[in-house]
Design a protein around this ligand. Sequence first.
Ligand code: GLY
Ligand code: MN
Length: 470
Amino acid sequence: MLTFSRETYMERRAALAAALREKGEDGLVLFVGNVDACAQLKAECYRFRQDSSWLYYFGLDEPGLAATIDLSSGAETLYADDVTEDDIIWIGPQMSVAEKAFEAGVAAHEPASGLDKAVAGALASGRKVLFLPPSRYYNTMRLMELLGLSKEEVAAGSLPLIEAVVKMRLVKTPEEIALIDAACDLGYEMHSTGRDLIRPGVVEGDIVDKMDFIATSKGWGVSFGTIFTQHGEIFHNPSHDKTIEPGRLIVVDAGVEAKSHYASDFTRTYPSGGKFTAKQREIYEIALAAHEKAFSMTAPGIAYRDVHLAAEAVILEGLASVGIVRGDVPEMVAEGIGGLFLPHGLGHNMGLDVHDMEDLGEDHVGYDPDQKRASRLGLRSLRMARRLVPGNVITDEPGIYFNVGLIESWRRSGKGSAFINYDLLEKEYYDFGGIRIEDDVLVTPTGARRLGSRRLPGTPSEIESLMQKS
Ligand code: GLY
Ligand code: MN
């Protein structure tokens, strides 16, 4: 079953081919879907996840498929083998390749080996074969074999195709937005379930299991490994084996990948005992102000890089008000001081991947041709810097973190010493942890709207009143 109608996929492929022809391309466009990845033995594989660009253009959510689009003739061909007698015994009857091609609106189909002949034929007659950078090793090897290219050449992909695909997938259609809204509603449920279970004495993993169950039982699964940590200053803290202690802040960053494969990605930060301390509340309000500032600026035409910088300015202004930094805020932004407290980017694109299309190259996805990625801390991790257009789906996720290792490293090298009150940081904030607040946002023709039918509570008062009821 395809997520959208056959016509949608046919229209997307036609639009892609037209865009490539407009750029003067007349070769063969090659798409290789994912294959099963075996865990230990051939019959025991990891759960199959289709390649997202394949899903976008062909919709067929099964392993072992490839296709070509001939830009000269417009001919489309699906390549795959029909099931064998053994397959019928082990996995039961499957749709034939002819039926799959019909379902996706692809006119022709051939056995898998036909792909080798088609690509070899195109190369022999001097035609270009355009392909996307693969996200899986098997596909890397398959493309190396098909195209006679090195691993590095395969990893680079074909720029005109990457650019055309990114341009299309960056702008979500109303039917995609409806599915992202639905994924966000599941994300809301996942987060609410987790929040209501937080209390000192509970093991983190027991809560994560219940959150993840929402994702696996109502969606396809989690859109990334759930982050649930009392050390939010360490971003992808992967373990959940600690017991919740009183007085901590808990960063919960989690999302659902819906059955449609569209993602959600929210973050909230909770006081472990249901009530913020005065110091926690003070820093939380600064992070929330940065989050709101970013949302208020989100609109067509503005570069998300500038929104990141504005969020940083709000954070530095707030930190100045509590004595952690001192000096002129624009100067501090220019000096990159914000990177010490917000060492990640404000947000990323979201869609069929939680970090949408980053397998095609972060800069291809997140930077306009005239934008260059910065090298300084914080801004260098910004994955979405582009000027926004209606239909972009992005995250708004500023945070404030007190990472002792990072602070000490800056302090030792004297970095930022004119602006940063290192003594106060050491005295008051080394055991603070971190805060992040994240919503998923659609850029509309006139501004922006938060995705999902309900917004996760985010103000300290809302959070405290909910946690005290649970
Ligand atoms: N929410 C996980 C991430 O953005 O990396
Ligand atoms: Mn995110």
